[in-house]
Design a protein. Sequence first.
Length: 495
Amino acid sequence: MDSTTDGLTLVVRATSDGFDASLEQAGTVVASAVVDAWSDPVATGRRLAAWLDSTGTAPRSAVFIPGPDGPESAPVLGGRWPVFVATSGAAASLENVAAARLHDRSEGSSLRATRVLVVAAIVVVTLVGGILAFVATRRTGTDAVIAVPTTAMGGEATTSSAKRGADPRTARSTAGVLRWSLDGDTSWSSPAVAGDLVVAGQPDSKLVQAVSARTGAVLWSQGPGPIVGRPLIADGVLFFAGSAGEYSAADAGTGARKWSQKIQGEPFGLPVVTTDAIIVGTADGWVVSMDRASGAVRWQVEVSTQIRGSLVASDAMVFVGEASGTLIALDAGTGATRWSARIGSTMVWGATLGKGSVTAVDSTGTVSARNVADGSEIWSVALGGDVQADLASGGDIVAVRVGESLIGLDPNRGEQRWNVALGGLGAAQPATDGVSVAVVGGRGDVICVEMSTGAVRWSVPSTIGDASGTPAFVGADSNSVIVPVGNALQTLGVT
């Protein structure tokens, strides 16, 4: 363990070229480095953490000083360095501290008094952590950021340490484990779960299998499949897409086929089930409604050239995002367009429903909430960054995967509540049980995040390769997910 040096402060400055870092004590620079030249905050943070480790020290406090022509956001520190973002009045006071530091430096005067202010500010931030760690923030060039070593907070990662882009491998509350693994001849589809029943398919071998969520024991196996995309279990019936535009229903308990229906286009994303219909979207822009009992097509309508997200439905309407940046509301009974609303300029992914609202996101990170009745805008926020996944909701949060982060938004105002770094890009869909959200991280691991707070509940790497498909929660208390990993189906979580 590195030794902690009393009075040692990490100072990170944004410059016109990138980030400069220094370790300072009593006005003296102990060590310094040019950490990066305008990279992304997460990657820069990793380099910064590595440099800190190489110095063999553990400063008690740190301050980020934005530059007028430099990067607007602070490096997201990993390792022992969870980040807190100060907001509202606290941000202003910390900015004053940072300004005083620069003024003192330019005048050549002592920085001792300013360091006392910085430490005092950190104490205040810690005491009112509910304000600083949980309140949403929109980062600008004037945000102030404090990083506090985990060891200085008692050694154990806390809920707050999972906020603001902390590395999930060090900020997690509990290390997850592999519970069981079922090997296959080929890769697996995303699973469907209902109680102890898990159903997934191997598209290449055309095999559909049901297993116990608790033990991994095979309950039944049927062919020919395959299952393509994301299956769904509702009221004891398995609904799944096959190859060449075929959609089928089977008894989830036995695998016995109930019906199959050839539809327009290749099914894509997660379907929705209403009282008497199953409604699916297709990759080439069609939405098709079928009778749940017989599979007979009730209506089908072409809404776009492409659909890549899942459908969502209220009592009377089905909502679908399409390729040109529009969210479309269809009448669930007839397929007629009720309204359409421009979200952005690119593909709109699967939306999520709130109290009287529907929220959608496009591929550039523009998130917009719309009135369910008429599509009028409630709020809109541009997060910026690549989005290739549906939204998830629960715990009074809308979660969106943007670039290398999972961001939690207030569903009523669009304000950012939390931000968890995922360690890289990824396109696998998130899964939620209403309490937590599980995502595949950028390194192929699985990360479980508490929706209401952004705390990383657990995180576990896969054992034989990168997790590749959409996970699904199994059991209670958000403790386990099942996810395709290479040619295996694995259950990961905490015991």
